[in-house]
Write a protein that binds this ligand. Sequence first.
Ligand SMILES: [Zn+2]
Length: 144
Amino acid sequence: MFKKGSKAYSIAHKKCPFCHEGAFFVDDNAYNLSKAGDLLDECPVCHRKYEPEPGFYYGGMYVSYALAVALFVTIYVAVQVLYPESPLWLYVVLILGGLVVFGPWMYALSKMIWANLFFKYTGVELTPAEREKAAQRAARRTAQ
Ligand SMILES: [Zn+2]
């Protein structure tokens, strides 16, 4: 549906935001609750790190919040259109139910979106800039 190289492809297929080939999550099934939202340390294909700094994915909470609001609005509007005479408790039950049902999926999706906001597609091969950085790191390591 989405072309490889677009951020939507990486998000929809849960692939590495850099090369769009390696897996991003430990388990692609967001409903495996013991591993929900757990990332691999690096891409199994291009070996770029997924967490540039500790706590990087805390920012995903903003995305998660936006997704929850979008779900809230969607359910609210759907009930308004389909059953305009509904009592308030129905809204509350459907919205809370929606959050429970879609929660694990939205949690994983929010990390995927957050990563794609900051990382861009570069392909599997290291870029010249990345190669230079890796060489500098290796030189520093041998100097110590
Ligand atoms: Zn990759």
